[in-house]
Write a protein that binds this ligand. Sequence first.
Ligand code: MN
Length: 309
Amino acid sequence: MSDLSAKAQLSDSKDCPPCSAKPVNQKMLLRQAHLGEQLTIRRALPHRERRMIGAWCFLDYFGPLHLQNGHELNVAPHPHIGLQTFTWILEGEILHRDSLGSIQVIKPGQINLMTAGKGVAHSEESINPGSTLQGLQLWIALPDALRNMEPEFIHYSQLPVLHHAGLAIHVMVGDLFDVKAPTAVHSPLIGLDILAVEYAAVALPLNPKFEYGILPLTGGIKVEGDSLDENTLLYLGRGRNELVLDIPKNKRFLLIGGEPFSEEVLIWWNFVARTKEEIKSATDAWNSHTHFGDVQGYVGERTLAPIMP
Ligand code: MN
């Protein structure tokens, strides 16, 4: 996915309330954003009140979208630097192409992980008329030592699923109960997709050094006895050893977390950087069609970067 807004705003990871060392319950409403002309999505991160959770620095929830012509989601070639894009599908399929030559359809239960490093370009398109599409795309900020690494793309066709107290838990990133995800990330992180197969009243173990966030995906759940709806991201801060949850049958939610990201990060449009000069340089390189490669096989125009503020 992409920030396609013509008025992309500069987001500084330190211009929100500091990461709390103690447990908090900070609720933040998701905002609407647009991907192309046909698709409205909900954006949870970055938020004015919370820019990052660990190295997770961007969180879009798209759909459910009922595809008529199959091509309603059409994110034309655009560049990234300094991050990993992490795509997780709840329903439907998306076709990914990138400037490394990767062509990959992603289905539910799979991950597309594209490490931009010093620069990569990609496109994302829905397929299959008549189907329904919904899913998540997150970005993970790369630490300073690796943010200029060579780009790479990895498709994970299967992730470990753990069954615990009525829950089916996809371990997408990190580990839980000694079950470890294969996903190649570069800072201490966790990402879980949790579905209640039966009504579940459960205490999930947390790492007190991690900060966490929870997003309901298919209707409301209860966190520590408090109701949380699917338009709200709940930020939990740090310092918890466990989290008490009441999850109705068939409800599903995302739990993300990580060690607080100590480096100050600047995000603008599709770039994660440290200085405005780096962002300006990446913008000029993309718009002048240098540095970033071409996305092979995509039919249509590239997305040009907007004017930097
Ligand atoms: Mn993208």
